[in-house]
Design a protein around this ligand. Structure first.
Ligand code: IPD
Ligand code: CA
Ligand code: CA
Length: 283
């Protein structure tokens, strides 16, 4: 009797191990696919950068979309639909492609469109994958620097093949931060200017690069100690959140609560200065 019980437990344990190995393998294959499609999309952006392209206004004349955003997205969608036809997808330019699936791909085909359209070489491709409610893999490709930031859940974060970590700085006064402003900031500021002033007074410096996905990665790499922004979208957040967390960082709302990709107030840091940032954002 005792022996049968022991055998059943061993069998159950083996099944758990097999599922674990299988899941790990699936994520590995996925991350390679995400890297591959990010590269293809990135090449479209690099080729289009500095050339003539059509520009349209989305909600207003601050909010642009170029034909290159659309080209990049078209290629990414083609790839996913072919390789993962059962998976759901959410992209900036197409919206939701619903499927009865536990997987959701979240895509920004060009993060930093204003920079791109004005000839500033700071922009990226951002692709994250969610399984059930957990982000399991993400890639942000900084196209003009040719750096692939990547992370798989539980395996750390990388810039090309190099492991990256957040900074160790625990003093906001010595910290360099980054932020951004939504396109509708004039109508819906959510205290963005007051918060900018408050943290500019407290930190060593505050930068504004124009690609939220890269902002997350620069916290992950320890370039910046913190990043905050209001009114970001799921495609700005998904891949970068995992990369920052896997590099040892923390991503919350402005009160320190857990967030998901649909949250509107995002605060990212190296953990050490998180409370100082929360205090500084209270205006
Ligand atoms: C924008 C960039 C920018 C941020 C904006 C985003 P887009 O994304 O990430 O840094 O400040 O809020 O909308 O439109 O270039 O993909
Ligand atoms: Ca974006
Ligand atoms: Ca975009």
């Amino acid at each position: 009797m005792k022996c049968a019980f022991k055998e059943r437990k061993i069998a159950e344990f083996n099944v758990v191990i097999l599922i674990f190995i299988f899941t790990e393998k699936v994520i590995k294959i996925m991350i390679n696919d995400i890297l591959e499609i990010s590269k293809i999309a990135g090449e479209i952006l690099r080729y289009g950068f500095g050339k003539q392209f059509q520009i349209e206004y989305k909600t207003n004349e601050k909010n642009l979309v170029t034909e290159i955003d659309k080209k990049s997205e078209k290629e990414i969608l083609k790839f996913i639909k072919k390789k993962y036809p059962t998976h759901a997808i959410l992209t900036e330019e197409t919206g939701e492609i619903k499927k009865d699936s536990e997987y959701l791909w979240v895509i920004d085909p060009l993060d930093g469109t204003t920079n791109f359209a004005h000839g500033l070489p700071i922009f990226s491709v951002s692709i994250g994958v969610i399984k059930k409610d957990e982000i399991i893999a993400g890639v942000v490709y900084d196209v003009m620097q040719n750096i692939f930031y990547s992370a798989e859940k539980g395996s750390g974060a990388f810039a090309n093949q190099q492991k990256i970590n957040v900074s160790k700085n625990d003093d906001l006064g010595l910290g360099v931060l980054v932020t951004g402003f939504p396109y509708d900031v004039a109508d819906n500021p959510d205290k963005a200017f007051e918060r900018f002033e408050s943290l500019t007074r407290k930190a060593r410096a505050v930068r504004r690069l124009g690609s939220a996905a890269i902002d997350f990665c620069y916290v992950a790499k320890g370039v910046f100690d913190g990043f905050w922004e209001v009114s970001l979208h799921p495609w700005d957040i998904c891949a970068g959140k995992l990369i920052a967390e896997e590099a040892g960082g923390i991503v919350t709302d402005f009160d320190g609560n857990e967030i998901d990709i649909y949250s509107k107030r995002i605060l990212v840091s190296n953990k050490e200065i998180h409370q100082q940032l929360i205090d500084g954002l209270k205006v």
